[in-house]
Design a protein around this ligand. Structure first.
Ligand code: FES
Length: 111
């Protein structure tokens, strides 16, 4: 997995989801439901390799709708890539601390 804009690369064991990978890469990532796919806070943008991940299922769609997450984002805790992907979050790469997830585009909502 490659995280943008830093370009940080992480090799992960199969079955690792994007939330776990981002944490392992030392990147801040918002979450308020312990990765259960409920809060919508862990939303990220899959920039490349989206064809290597399963499409959204209804629970993820519902969580995104309920939490007003933009349609193009995926819930990191629900995405387990099977191929190389590039992922970004709006608050990554804003200087030394890589930004703060509380000012994130988890808040980038539609409407
Ligand atoms: S951590 Fe709550 S939806 Fe992913």
């Amino acid at each position: 997995m490659r995280f943008l804009p830093s370009g940080r690369i992480l090799r992960v064991t199969p079955g690792t989801n994007l939330l776990e990978a981002a944490r392992a890469a030392g990147l801040p990532i918002a979450q308020a439901c312990s990765g259960e796919g409920l809060c919508g806070r862990c939303a990220v943008l899959v920039v490349r390799g989206a064809d290597g991940i399963a499409p959204e299922r209804e629970p993820e769609r519902q969580a995104k709708r309920r939490n007003r997450v933009a349609p193009e984002l995926r819930l990191a805790c629900q995405v387990v890539p099977s191929t190389d992907v590039e992922v970004t979050a709006s608050y990554w790469g804003r200087g030394r601390d890589e930004g703060h997830p509380d000012r994130s585009f988890a808040g980038r909502t539609r409407g």
